[in-house]
Design a protein around this ligand. Sequence first.
Ligand code: SF4
Length: 330
Amino acid sequence: MHLNNLITKALNDVRLTDDEIVYLLSLPPTSSENYQVLAASRALSARLCANRAEVHGQFALNLAPCPKNCMFCSFAAKNGIFKGSSQISPDDAVQTALAFERNGVNAIYLMATASFDLAEFCEYGKEVRRRLHPETILIANVGDQQESGARLLKDAGFNGVYHALRLREGTDSDIAPDARLRSIRAFKEAGLVVGTCVEPVGPEHSNQELAELILFTAAHQPAFSGAARRISIPGTTLAERGMISELRMAQIVAITRLAVPHTVIGNCTHEPCGIGALAGANLFWAESGANPRDVLEKTEEGRGHTVAHCSAIFNEADWQLLEGPSAFFS
Ligand code: SF4
């Protein structure tokens, strides 16, 4: 396979095959060939969004041990990180959302653990929606839903959802992969725009597994795709498998950009980092409150990044920042 041909294909919006994606994923992260891939992705990503990166803000409504037991998540009951349950007040949710809006995020995400009551989630959503500028993009990050749940979210004023089929879904989580697929279909049918990602990548995932998930995200015409590495939760089984480097994550971010149709202009990575921005990530998340990658109840005191920090990382990689509502969800 000739690397230049694959890059030319991708830049011309011709789909890469499974074998071609595996080949790109097989390049050593520190090789000059991989740096060519990063550069091509950065150029394509900038072209598709007029070099305007976005920072979205996410916060959790609740904190609770979650029975879905995704092994990579600090909320998973079996990980035993958080023992009790709590939730913020509707007014705290409004104030947190308003603070993100004041700080210039391009979209605001409300998150809850999978067992949080959806009707209650929607009540929070309605109140937040009522207090935000009408044009502010509001996104839900919730557990799997059927058609009725998807419509509730839409009626509550959400513009879209974040939802992903995670790597080794059903093996490293207690969620059947089909449930994730059905949810994505239901969200789209209800008129919600879906953002997704190749996540959470660990060192044990093969290039074939990654390629299949990259192609899965490409097939769903999401608001954004991208890639995120698994963050080790200390003391858990998955922590023993280790973490990939930011450079390897950036390689997967770049290849995802090259493999996804040009109609998808967003390319995320998490957690925010300079190498990711260099490699063509144009979406980072700022976070506050509980966070599934953190063991602190307030991630702003731990792993969470502020809006200003996310913006600064983008600026250091010569990105400009979009002002106003997300172009990815428009
Ligand atoms: S990722 Fe979501 S569904 Fe899985 S354990 Fe964490 S909160 Fe529950």
